[in-house]
Design a protein around this ligand. Sequence first.
Ligand code: DCP
Ligand code: MG
Length: 353
Amino acid sequence: MRKIIHLDMDAFYASVEQRDDKSLRGKPIVVGHDAPRGVVATASYEARTFGVHSAMSIQKAKQLCKDLIIVEPHFEKYKEVSQTIRLLMHKYTDIIEPVSLDEAFMDVTENKIGENLAVNIAKELKNEILCQTLLTSSAGVSYNKFLAKIASDWNKPNGLKVIHPSQAERFIDGLKVEKIWGVGKKTLIKMHSLGIYNGKQLREVPLLELTKNFGKMGKVFYDYARGIDNSIVESSWERKSISCEHTMEEDISDKTSVIVALYNVVLDLVSRIERSGFKGMRLTLKIKYYDFTIKTCSLTQKQILDTKDKILPLAKELMKKIPYQEKPLRLIGLGVSLEDKAVYKELELFGNN
Ligand code: DCP
Ligand code: MG
């Protein structure tokens, strides 16, 4: 059995802001741009009690919470904390897969300090993070990534939860399907229509029926319901994709504006690729229409996509599939990924940073 830890900082951006400004402590705050089209990057736990959450528009958040304080983001600080926690993790293992600035998986099956109990490593790490950054985090410990991730979310904030192999099935029985990785809004509606609300009910559905309804994900859900997830913790240099996205000041629908906007996203993407040295051959275009519906399309090349000259024509090609003249665009995103998997990570909402 492997030993996996998933670590996730609590209300990350908001906690950093509250740490650095005493007057914000204990108050409902959100981090984001206070602009008509601004979105909430994260909400402090105080703000969450009003129903405010990530990805909500700032305007809506203000309506929900009259005393809401809006704080501009300080990405340099978040990156610094991120580096600190990454360094602390390396004390235990080099098999670390960062998911975002504040979140990472660690495989501690064999670890540098010879500790048998992964929970002890999680405890020690949480403590060291607190001492060095003055921020709390939550950790989940289990024998695979799927369960470790769910466990870290279980007792947030400042949580620590272990799911032993012997407890896994019982734990999954009571797990709401919306907590399961890969179950988004659409999948959830479908699951509910099939009478699947929890892990126990999911386990009762035959594989054939799951694949009929959910395609490739059907097998994944089938395995998850049985506590099976063999995916490995992949170190950062094995990252699968790189992407960025821009929300426009105004919805756009004329060709010139779209091409200019697309050009800017390409430049941003290329600079990210240069900084990371990422080598991918698949380009994915993501569009959010004025009504917030999302469309993605991809194409795969036989060459590494790392320059503007290679990416721009392909991006334009993909854009031809988008009927933006009828449906104005709110957001344009582009990502490059490895050939086999179009892993388009929902990147920071502030695609420009
Ligand atoms: N973030 C963002 N836009 C989102 C979601 C998150 O910009 N739609 C940023 C801000 C968060 C950080 O990423 O602080 C980490 O995201 P998490 O989902 O881990 O959320 P938090 O750390 O804020 O809260 P939690 O305590 O639930 O982990
Ligand atoms: Mg977090």
